[in-house]
Design a protein around this ligand. Structure first.
Ligand code: FHN
Length: 437
């Protein structure tokens, strides 16, 4: 029987309304969310943790794809993952001592393995490993106790699920998955696992998505997933490492291994710096997941200067460690984190609660600001005087932050010249505190 024109018109109207409503979706963050964004920008420094069964192989978190390990073989690895020395208390204390205010840990990376007791799939740490404990629950409880906020990194890209189809640029036929599948069924699965993470683990500060770049033109149903997150936890912040301008529903913009607006890695060619709170992430050596041979451990100076530069750009710094399969953090990284914490113990006032300074970044360094204070962070300067362009406000006083000793300054048509005795220059960061009138 031919459908009447009424049926066809009605169908057309439904389709049109649906497409219009999604095209017109305007995300309005809740008051709780706006409050979270302020907290996030004040926090400035977080710990990124990439931890999964891949750490058993000690070859980074991409080992499944790089070695083209079929799912049938990769599924043998969880049986060797037994992190008996995992101590959530020690991890949280390490983060706090480093001056970090939040932790972002991988709940599921691209290998599809759930690091929590998922009821949606038994491909998880409780059901498939001899360790058999829900490490995310253990960490969430400790974070709650210690006042450290917890984000979950969640990979949209999945090299294990059969319905992640059509596949993208990675996790190809070598995985052994069928040449068919229903992507929306996979997204339902992803939403179901996100619901578990946002229901059973207390207050979650946010979701850190990654992997859209694997299928750039796919319909990732962001509106549905983001609405789900904002309904389950209105204060939770959503971010996604898609290297594009932020989408509706996102609450912060992330930059990977680059300061906002820079593109040293080539990841950020399409990325426009938006008005949302910003965060840059970087590895403590050269690897996200545990890598046996990676001894390129960044120095305290490099790490502190990256944190200071990020703050100068009005961005947070999310510094990554990749724990070992026994649940411990590499000793070299414990030392590095301790060093950054010691620096923040002395200079944290010029970082926490600040916003990007009145001057854009310069070769010599950056500025941060808080109230009527401007902090001039001289990172790379050897002369005894430095002239800054005026930003339209007069200086009331100037002092060396380190010892509060007065700093001479001159304001004239050329700008603001400050004089720093060579003997007081600090090889990591010479901070001049300007109090504005
Ligand atoms: O492929 C991931 C990678 O494993 C890691 O998680 C980083 C962290 O920013 N993000 C992707 C690479 O851009």
């Amino acid at each position: 029987m031919k459908p009447t024109s009424l049926v066809l018109n009605t169908l057309l109207l439904i389709l049109l309304t649906a497409s219009l409503s999604s095209a017109q979706w305007k995300y309005e963050p809740t008051p709780e969310n706006i409050k979270s964004r302020e907290w996030f920008q004040d926090a400035r420094f977080g710990l990124f943790i990439h931890w999964g069964v891949y750490s058993v192989l000690g070859d980074g978190e991409w080992v499944m794809n790089q070695q083209q390990i079929p799912i049938k073989a990769y599924e043998k690895i969880p049986a060797f993952f037994n992190p008996t020395e995992f101590d959530p208390k020690a991890w949280v204390q390490m983060a706090k001592s480093a001056g970090m205010k939040y932790i972002t840990i991988t709940s599921k990376h691209h290998d599809g393995f759930a690091m929590w007791n998922s009821q949606v799939s038994d491909y998880n740490i409780v059901k498939r490993t001899p360790y058999g404990k829900d490490v995310l629950k253990m960490l969430a409880d400790e974070c709650q106790k210690e006042g450290i906020k917890l984000f979950f990194y969640h990979s949209q890209l999945d090299w294990h699920h059969p319905d992640y189809f059509p596949r993208g640029n990675t996790g190809g036929s070598w995985t052994g998955r069928p040449e068919s599948g229903d992507f929306n069924k996979y997204l339902d699965y992803m939403d179901a696992q996100l619901t578990e993470l946002l229901t059973n683990y207390g207050d979650i500060a946010g979701i850190w998505f990654d992997g859209m770049w694997d299928k750039k033109d796919a319909d990732w149903r962001l509106e549905k997933t983001y609405k789900l997150i904002h309904q389950l936890q209105p204060a939770a912040l959503v971010g996604s490492n898609h290297h594009r301008a932020p989408y509706q529903g996102e609450d912060f913009q992330m930059f990977e291994k680059d300061l906002p607006g820079h593109n040293t890695t080539g990841f950020s060619s399409e990325q426009v710096v938006g008005a949302l709170p910003k965060e840059t992430c970087e590895t403590i050596n050269n690897s996200w997941g545990f890598h046996l041979k990676d001894d390129q451990h960044k120095s305290k100076k490099v790490l502190v200067q990256y944190l200071v530069k990020a703050s100068g750009y009005g961005a947070n710094f999310l510094l990554n460690v990749g724990p070992m399969p026994n649940g411990k953090i590499q000793p070299e990284h414990l030392v590095s984190l301790k060093g950054v914490g010691e620096w923040l113990n002395v200079n944290g006032e010029t970082i926490y609660g600040t916003r990007g300074g009145p001057l854009t970044a310069r070769d010599w360094g950056v500025t941060t600001q808080k109230g009527n204070k401007v902090y001039v962070h001289i990172l790379n300067w050897f002369d005894e005087s430095l002239t800054l362009p005026s930003w339209g406000k007069k200086i009331k006083s100037a002092k060396l932050f380190a010892d509060k000793s007065p700093v001479k300054f001159l304001e004239n048509e050329y700008g603001i010249t400050i004089k720093v005795p060579r003997g007081k220059l600090d090889e990591i960061d010479t901070i001049i505190e300007l109090e504005m009138k």
